[in-house]
Write a protein of this length. Sequence first.
Length: 244
Amino acid sequence: QLGRTTKGRCSADNKLFLGFACEPGTSSESSSGRSFFTQTLLKELSKPPGRSISQVFDCVAADVLTATKKLQRPWSEGSLDCNFTLFPQDTVRTQAPAQGTRFALVIGCDSYSGKAGGCFGSCTTDATQMHQLLEKAGFESLLLLDVTYDEMKKGTQAVIDKLEQYKGNTPPEVVVFFAGKGMDIDKNLQLCPCDIDANDRPLSVDVHELIHDLNTATENVTVVMLFATDRLDPHNHTYTKKGD
């Protein structure tokens, strides 16, 4: 589990929440090409302000379980004291929080090639809607659609750079949302770009490494990561990381 291997990598003052569309070893369900998980997540995040991410995720899990007749159970882990709220109780929806304290990276990939094949077909739509919601909540959000490995790495580094350059007094918050293909390598979740099988050099972004980089970029950071992934079978792919 991610929590078991990331524990100890984060500063004691940092907070982390990880939310997944389904439990390990299971697959996601969809309706008319749309992810039950992402549709429900967007709906719950848009509801009355003041709820923590844990409270929101509990509602998402219950709704997805009902909608899929218990075939899909969303799963989460992270800091027990992660009280992140998208819309704080005292924030009017038309009045965003102070700029420069909230950063987001939103990725949606549909157009996979090679062995990876297609996806839900709505990952880019889901990502765009999440990006719009995060901007409404005052996040400086970077939206990446149907990206290559190099583009994905450039995007993650851009957010890391912003955290490293952050000098504000208010603890920063980061949200990472990924909709697309993922796979597990030695219990490590890999986020797959659209060109994972291009030119015989499969490449992916390691979530453990991303968590580490975000948490060490600055102090007192809250990191929320949400994954709507359709899992690939790693045995069908020759896995390599950049530089291997």
